[in-house]
Design a protein around this ligand. Sequence first.
Ligand code: ASN
Ligand code: ZN
Length: 336
Amino acid sequence: MDSKTRASLRRTALLDLQTRLLRAQAQQFTTSAVGLMGLPANVAASPKVTVYDCQNTTSIPGKAIEHPEKSKDGAVRATFDNTTGVASFFKDVFGRNSLDDAGMTLRSSVHYGEGYNNAFWNGSQMTYGDGDGEIFIELCKGSDVVAHELMHGVTQYTLQLVYENESGGLNESLSDVFGSMFRQWLNKETVDSADWLIGADILGTKAKSLGYDCLRNMADPESPKCLGRQISHYDQYRTGMDPHESSGVANLAFYKIAMALKGHSWDEAGQVWYNVVSTWGSSPNMTMQQFADATLHSAQALYPKKPAVAAAVHEGWDSVGLRPTVAYAGRKAMAS
Ligand code: ASN
Ligand code: ZN
């Protein structure tokens, strides 16, 4: 790796740490705000989508873009189109109105920093770097990346999973699962035609020439072609592991369940996952086993006349070392 690439990775790591701290604070604030929130009297049918330009600085939000839907700046347009698409996906497929299910405006900033190789949800808005061109291109151009980051917002308003240890791995996996589902939905893919890769559309020239084809692979979390290798079985999990590494366990379980159910990932497997997300309530320290149990509960509740769904859920988790043990785990049993 040359010194330019190394320097850009170092800058990225520092900003990542700052983002995690900010996000944890925002999540804590959301916890108190959710309790106080009444039902808004007038909620827009679809959330407003706004885009700002950081003009390669790290100050957020940056300059407001008047008509992002007509912008000639490719990053602005991609951000507007992908964000609007994710809002429709949440609405049409899951009946969810924006991240908070109360129509909150989706704000994004683009051209963050210089050669910044990441994108993040900071607790209240989205931010995208341009990438250094070698590892990544503009991150907002990955539909799965945009949905991944927005899903962190949904998690903040629902399960509120703490971003470390098992709950951190689950938090990351939910973002990959909904990110991948959004890309499949946008491209009208079935579970068989989908490639199940995360970040395949934003790799830079150098990453590609070195043989990488994605950031993560839900079907094969340990693939050497992934920039970010993950674990694929709960046996490999260790306390303190980075959430992006431990998330491979739940990613692979979702992939196996969706493959067993065939058709579109968002029709049954996705509905089961979303049912847990939207009905379980705040579960900051949820373990992977508890999440597996919860999905089995949701599969049985949503598809009482279709036992094949619960069977697929059971087998999928079993294959990654997390056989659901509590068939009808109640919400209370999960609260932590
Ligand atoms: N893109 C990363 C993520 O959403 C940013 C981070 O939090 N490290 O997981
Ligand atoms: Zn993430």
